[in-house]
Design a protein around this ligand. Structure first.
Ligand code: SAM
Length: 221
């Protein structure tokens, strides 16, 4: 499914989020508290925008790695690299079996990916495993606004505009899957619990876009 939408993924991201996705990723990068020399992993990297945003935010960063199991997505990410100030290493891998040593990274991020991982709790456990003690794991994911009116508005938008735009410019079924997968995904409390169970402490959540997007952070114990 991801391979079939890869070529239009960036365009649809901008249209569907009304260009807000850049700000959401910037908030994720701030949450990672990056410093010179840090090694960063972007899991479910897709077309690479989190990895690129990390590289742009801190010029002295150590190695940046983006991994995803969809090679079509990574091919587009690699093609965008020429316009970026620094390079990223792309690795084709399943989030449930990351091919990295324990504590290999200082920070680990996942944006709009964990919802798609078959066992998200195990995905968090893998991210925590490859992050060194004291390092931050950050996760951006769609959520449900707490206010009833905002929740209803967001639900209408997700169920109508997203499949319509997806059908017009990409593969409709993939974008019909989007609201379905958001509706099925765990509550913010459950996500925080999964992160704690994975060995993260000081787990926090911040609402973005009225709570339609949640930013979770936790520190590796
Ligand atoms: C919605 S895209 C998000 C891409 C990117 N992080 C972003 O912020 O735009 C979800 C990505 O997760 C990847 N993905 C889903 N399940 C995965 C898994 N188990 N292992 C690795 N990648 C996975 C998909 O291939 C897809 O590229």
């Amino acid at each position: 499914m991801f391979g079939s939408i890869a070529h239009r993924y960036d365009l649809l991201n901008s249209l569907m989020s009304l260009s807000m996705h850049h700000r959401w990723r910037a908030a994720l990068i701030r949450g990672l508290r990056l410093r010179p020399g840090m090694r960063v992993l972007d899991v479910c990297a897709g077309t690479g925008d989190v990895a690129f945003a990390a590289g742009r935010s801190e010029p002295g960063l150590g190695p940046v790695v983006g991994c995803d199991f969809c090679v079509d997505m990574l091919t587009i990410a690699a093609a965008k690299e020429a316009a970026e100030p620094r390079s990223v290493t792309w690795v084709a891998a399943d989030a449930l079996a990351l091919p990295f040593k324990s504590a290999q990274f200082d920070a680990c991020a996942v944006a709009f990916g964990i919802r798609n991982v078959v066992r998200p709790a195990d995905g968090f456990a893998e991210m925590a495993r490859v992050t060194r003690p004291g390092g931050v794991v950050g996760c951006l994911e769609f959520g449900t606004p707490r206010g009833r009116i905002a929740a209803a508005l967001v639900r209408v938008y997700e169920n109508t505009a997203l499949p319509a735009l997806g059908g017009l410019l990409s593969r409709r079924s993939a974008y019909a899957y989007l609201p379905e997968s958001i509706g099925r995904f765990s509550s913010r409390e459950d996500v925080m619990e999964m992160m704690r169970a994975a060995g993260l402490v000081d787990v926090r959540v911040m609402d973005l876009a009225l709570g339609a997007v949640n930013l979770f952070t936790g520190v590796r114990r």
